[in-house]
Design a protein around this ligand. Structure first.
Ligand code: FMN
Length: 300
């Protein structure tokens, strides 16, 4: 009942481990797969090793967390070794970042044969200059990067967008015109900040960070709804999903499946089995036989 397909990836259920949460090593990705995720996305990695920002990089706030990890990763060469150790019992997606079309393509080529799809992170709100959201706020650069990666690899290319734009539909259409196979909506929101009362200092070393968790769900849902209306590509919905009710809302808004990040920090990896078992009960109660029957119903 929960099986579905997106980007030629056959998934046993529509829940996916979101990029950056437990996705830095093969063992944590395999663990998420064994815990019931329908597919897994790695932590974003780039061409060269990147230390990211010093601690503190994460802080809890009302309705979620703020993080400014700064895309810390060991670089594609070392990450390839992790990708080789993936058990492959669920579809595997490599999240990559860079600053130019050439750089993205170079990384994509090195990951292409080791995963089932690539997710282009053009949307991180706390990336170093020239990376992340600064790309996904520029429609022309988004198109060029997608085009370049598509020319270089065989794997399906998913483009992850930032909500921090005036018009998300414009950027989604830019990714579509570059040849994207699917979109992931949304990366973390903001940036936002928290200030320590005793020291009067910003808590995060980077001062600002991306917001995730339940507080951003209404924004993510609106992005999915708008993009579903304007673009034909399949969508992975992400942002604040904590339970099966949230998943149903995202499907109704037009997502074909969902990704889950911050909920794992609150509830652990059991969240995948809890959500999928509750979703199945909901579908039985409502008479849905397949997930795809629910996709986009809020538009009818
Ligand atoms: C600690 C942390 C690290 C993240 N790292 C990445 C990353 O490396 N690449 C990426 O595309 N998104 C990253 N994200 C964003 C998530 O994949 C997701 O888009 C966002 O958190 C919203 O979903 P959520 O509310 O379910 O967490 C990260 C989020 C968190 C909380």
């Amino acid at each position: 009942m929960l099986e579905m397909e997106i980007c030629r990836m056959k998934m046993k259920n529509p829940t996916v481990l979101a990029a950056g949460v437990l996705g830095s090593t093969a063992s944590s990705l395999n663990w998420a797969a064994r815990s019931g995720a329908g597919a897994v996305v790695t932590k974003s990695f780039g061409l060269e090793p990147n230390k990211g920002y010093p601690n503190p990089t994460t802080v809890e706030v009302e309705g979620g967390i703020i993080n400014a990890i700064g895309l810390s990763n060991p670089g594609v060469e070392i990450f390839q070794e992790e990708l080789k150790k993936l058990e492959g019992n669920v579809p595997q997606v490599a999240s990559i970042y860079g600053s130019t079309p050439e750089e993205f393509s170079q990384i994509a080529i090195q990951a292409d044969n080791l995963v089932d799809a690539l997710e282009l992170n053009v949307s991180c709100p706390h990336a170093m200059e020239g990376c992340g959201a600064s790309i996904g706020q520029d429609p022309d650069l988004t198109t060029q990067i997608v085009k370049s990666v598509k020319k270089s690899v065989k794997s399906p290319v998913i483009v992850k967008l930032t909500p921090n734009v005036t018009d998300i539909v414009e950027i989604a259409q830019a990714a579509e015109s570059g040849g994207a196979d699917a979109l992931t909506l949304i990366n973390s929101l903001g940036p936002g900040m928290k200030i320590d009362l005793e020291t009067a200092n910003p808590v995060l070393s980077n001062r600002f960070g991306g917001m995730s968790g339940p507080a951003i769900k209404p924004v993510a849902l609106r992005c999915v709804y708008q993009v579903h209306q304007a673009v034909k590509l399949p969508i992975m919905g992400v942002g604040g999903i904590m339970n099966y009710q949230d998943v149903v809302e995202f499907l109704y808004a037009g997502a074909n499946c969902v990704q889950i990040g911050t909920a794992i920090m609150y509830h652990g990896l059991d969240v995948f089995r809890e959500i999928t078992s509750d979703l199945e009960k909901f579908m039985t109660r409502k008479g849905y036989q397949k997930v795809e029957e629910m996709v986009g119903l809020a538009h009818e």
